[in-house]
Write a protein that binds this ligand. Structure first.
Ligand SMILES: [Zn+2]
Length: 366
């Protein structure tokens, strides 16, 4: 494989690991670290290559990450405990693992569709997401069934049981993200550090506050919804945000700001110059395409109709179902590494590992 030039090992083995973890946050982290240390090794090797490609030494990356740590510790000490447990369980140093949360990358070209009881055929609230990310991470996916002491149980897709990508909790709160590219990035709470707290939320308001730490370093768009059918696309930047509401019973989001208020922070179209053939442009195409396909289904939306939209190939390979674009720089090659349809009403998720056009969705209960 071409990627081996960069030292990446690519495995197309199907399926992802499922790990159940309960107890204190430290105990959960320890178990996840112990069960996933082979994946951690591979993830850290990839991160070291990525750091090197950014013309940084590893020591410099650790020292940069250390600047974010006081903000993270203050915001969510429980996740810090999780990472400390994970370090013990996996045999990796905490400070090396923390780099994983702090390295700003250009990755993430996901598509999200959230629908509620006003537009679904059976009244369910459903949140659909393609995880379009570096293809090398397809082999690092781990589904975590978490039962933290004194908190809501959760189901979360993660990288190596360390970094949470999206999920659902027993209080009926779901979160799926999509990358936004913003001009006001600063040192603060890393954007990948907010998910544990979102998944500990009991209300949509708690989840929204958890997604937007006051001293955040940068932000995703967080698609949040609850079992009542409240739908928000929370478009954040480091210093500002706009909460877009699903007034008509649905929301669609890709990788550019939709709110006029947030336009001044937009950097997606600068990224278009370094990504092929343009993160900003294909984000617009995916947004309009997903919205158009969804509108045909309003009033009768099902899991199957969402799965069909997630498999769409308009503007292939930079489509909703994304395939590797060989013309992109090697380190930037992305694809749909999994897609998920979270049934917030029935507390379960349908997950397809790899591209949804070729894979099958399997059901996972909370
Ligand atoms: Zn496809």
């Amino acid at each position: 494989m071409i990627l081996s030039l960069w030292g990446f090992s690519v495995s197309q083995k199907s399926g992802f690991r499922i790990v159940e973890a309960s107890g204190s946050h430290y105990e959960m982290g320890f178990k996840l670290g112990e069960r996933c240390k082979d994946l951690t090794k591979s993830m850290m090797e990839d991160m070291k290559i990525r750091v090197k490609a950014a013309s940084l030494t590893w020591n410099r990356a650790v020292s940069n990450a250390r600047k974010h740590l006081p903000f993270a510790e203050k915001f969510d000490p429980a996740y810090i405990e999780w990472i400390r447990g994970y370090a013990e369980g996996s045999g990796f140093r905490f400070e090396d693992l923390f780099v994983y949360f702090c390295q700003e990358t250009d990755g993430g070209l996901c598509t999200n569709i959230v629908v509620n009881n006003e537009v679904t055929s059976d009244g369910s609230v459903l949140s659909a997401h393609t995880e379009d990310w570096y293809s090398i991470d397809e082999k690092h996916l781990v589904l975590v069934r978490g039962k933290p002491t004194g908190e809501s149980a959760f189901l979360a897709m993660t990288l190596g049981g360390l970094e949470i990508i999206c999920g659902l909790n027993s209080a009926g709160i779901s979160v799926t993200p999509n990358s936004l590219y913003q001009t006001d990035v600063r040192v603060g709470v890393p954007k990948d550090f907010v998910y544990r707290k979102i998944l500990a939320s009991k209300t949509i308001g708690d989840a929204m506050c958890a997604a937007l730490p006051e001293k955040r370093g940068s932000s995703y768009n967080y698609n949040l919804c609850d079992s009542n059918g409240e739908i928000y696309s929370l478009e954040g930047s480091a210093t500002d945000f706009c909460a877009l509401y699903g007034h008509e019973g649905y929301a669609v989001h890709t990788n550019h700001y939709l709110s006029p208020r947030m336009a001044k922070y937009e950097a997606a179209f600068e990224k278009a110059n370094i990504k092929s053939p343009g993160a900003g442009i294909d984000s617009i195409i995916r947004y309009n395409r997903a919205l158009r396909l969804l509108k045909r289904e309003l009033g009768k939306v099902t899991v199957a109709s969402l799965a069909n939209i997630l498999s769409d190939h308009v503007n292939y390979p930079n489509s909703i179902c994304r395939h590797i674009d060989e013309s992109a720089p090697l380190l930037e090659q992305e694809k749909t590494i999994f897609s998920i349809i979270i049934d917030v009403t029935h507390l379960k998720a349908l997950i397809c590992h790899g591209n949804p056009c070729v894979g099958k969705y399997k059901e996972y209960k909370l």
